[in-house]
Design a protein around this ligand. Structure first.
Ligand SMILES: Nc1ncnc2c1ncn2[C@@H]1O[C@H](COP(=O)(O)OP(=O)(O)OP(=O)(O)O)[C@@H](O)[C@H]1O
Ligand SMILES: [Mg+2]
Length: 443
């Protein structure tokens, strides 16, 4: 019988012999002091006056992922080839969100402030504006917007689409809800339907069928408050899964049909694309914390220990675990050794993960309304790192599944030495996607 000492691992962890198990917090503080982080051409010396970053000057933007377990701020710009170049990252532990929304203003503000300060420090840019995410529950609606253009000969420009979008804000929405995001499905110009790209065309009656995502007014207002109190403003908010998709999915996949399932700590965010159009985005109030809680209940471990056990040995498929592999552990203040097999651990995780993927898949099927999802499902978020998730996803949905890492869409040569390894992780999909939206979305 092979024994693995969880306690021994904790000891190595706290003594620094096990660098990969250092907490996000510790890692952030350490890496931000690495001399290598100050060496790119964009990093100004310590004493230099910070450049104030307001409204995307010099094509720089900041993605701010306000998550339930961590807040991440990523600063970046587009290079001459329009590739995203990350200039700095700041992170902080987050303890002020419940069910994807702010439940403690002070804790959330503090976390945002710390993440922004850390990102600011590595780049010497003062952050006044961010692109942030909304992880609350959404409503999905299809609505038509109409404007009449006074000069029908003038080319249709981005401003006309912005005007159309503004018109939509005046529509009635369910009580307590407001638009978080809306995307034109197609345009209609003077009764000519199914126009995908209206820019440059002429016309008087300009219409669009929008897919509208609404969210809770109070949740959005609290998010704005926290960012404001942290010293910044929010330029745009995107639903979490839309941001994550932006980081890991390409336009061709959106055309063929693809869904992203972002499994975070407290929530699972979903988005579905088909024929190049976003069809559905929502949040399920179930995430990796529930898996950790199940492990905690079964083993008697503390939350922190259960989380470490999950991250170190967790798999979602017991049949791929060796029944002979037994993990030895001690509960807090416990004297006796306890044991759990890797198979039993996987059984606990599998049951909750099946519930989670099953719920997400139900939403996806409804959103597709009989249409196919040729490119299958991409998993992002922290719990997507669990072993064999792709296989379990395929068993449940019958679709191709894979893990999404944001590195695919990032420039790796210049900043590679600084950030590539760190960013090659599905937990950064949301923040990188937000950054990408900030840099590339005009309307
Ligand atoms: N290597 C890993 N293996 C398994 N689970 C992991 C791993 N790394 C992180 N997690 C889990 O991922 C979750 C955190 O993921 P993530 O950072 O995406 O959440 P978040 O964005 O802070 O929260 P949310 O999206 O729910 O608001 C936690 O449940 C954590 O236990
Ligand atoms: Mg998240």
């Amino acid at each position: 019988m092979k024994k693995k000492g969880l306690l021994a691992m904790f000891e190595r962890f706290s003594s620094g012999q096990f660098p990969q198990f250092k907490s996000l917090w510790t890692e952030d503080k350490e890496t931000s002091h690495e001399p290598g982080l100050q060496t790119t051409s964009t990093a100004a010396p310590e004493a230099a006056m910070p450049v104030i970053l307001n409204d995307n000057p010099n094509g720089i933007a900041v993605g701010l992922d306000v998550g339930s377990s961590k807040v991440v701020a990523v600063i970046g710009r587009l290079d001459t080839n329009r590739q995203i170049e990350v200039l700095g990252i700041g992170e902080a532990l987050s303890e002020g969100l419940t069910r994807g929304s702010v439940s403690n203003l002070t804790k959330t503000t503090t976390a945002i402030k710390e993440a922004l300060a850390a990102a600011s420090k590595t780049t010497n840019l003062e952050i006044n504006q961010v692109i942030a995410n909304y992880s609350g529950v959404c409503n999905n609606l299809d609505q038509r917007g109409v404007i009449i253009r006074e000069d029908m000969i003038r080319d249709i420009r981005a401003e006309d689409i912005i005007r159309l979008k503004k018109e939509m804000e005046g529509n009635p929405y369910p009580a307590g809800e407001q638009i978080v995001y809306l995307e034109p499905q197609h345009f209609i110009i003077d009764d000519e339907p199914d126009i995908r790209d209206p820019i440059g065309m002429s016309g008087q009656l300009f219409e669009s069928d929008f897919h509208v995502i609404t969210g809770e007014v109070t949740a959005l207002s609290n998010l704005h408050k926290c960012v404001r109190q942290a010293g910044s403003g929010i330029k745009t908010i995107y639903p979490t899964a839309i941001a994550s998709a932006e980081a890991v999915v390409c336009e061709e996949e959106k055309e063929e049909g693809i869904a992203v399932i972002d499994i975070g700590a407290a929530v699972t965010s979903i988005v579905v694309y088909k024929s190049g159009i976003m069809r559905y985005a929502n949040t399920i109030l179930l995430g990796g914390n529930s898996i950790t809680a199940d492990i905690k209940q079964f083993t008697g471990l503390s939350n922190k220990q259960a989380e470490l056990l999950k991250k170190t040995y967790g798999s979602v498929l017991p049949e791929y675990s060796d029944p002979a592999e037994i993990i030895q552990y001690k509960i807090l203040n416990g004297t006796k050794d306890r044991f759990i097999s890797k198979v039993d651990l996987a059984l606990i995780i599998q049951s909750r993960m099946e519930e989670l993927i099953g719920a997400a898949y139900n939403d996806i099927v409804q959103a597709l309304n009989g249409r196919s999802l040729t490119c299958g499902i991409v998993f992002t978020g922290g719990d997507s790192a669990l072993q064999n998730l792709r296989k379990l996803g395929e068993q449940i949905t019958g679709l191709k599944c894979h893990a999404g890492t944001p590195i695919l869409h990032l420039k790796t040569d210049l900043f590679g030495a600084r950030f590539a390894e760190k960013l090659n992780n599905p937990v950064y999909a949301t923040s990188i996607g937000l950054l990408k939206m900030g840099l590339t979305k005009l309307v």
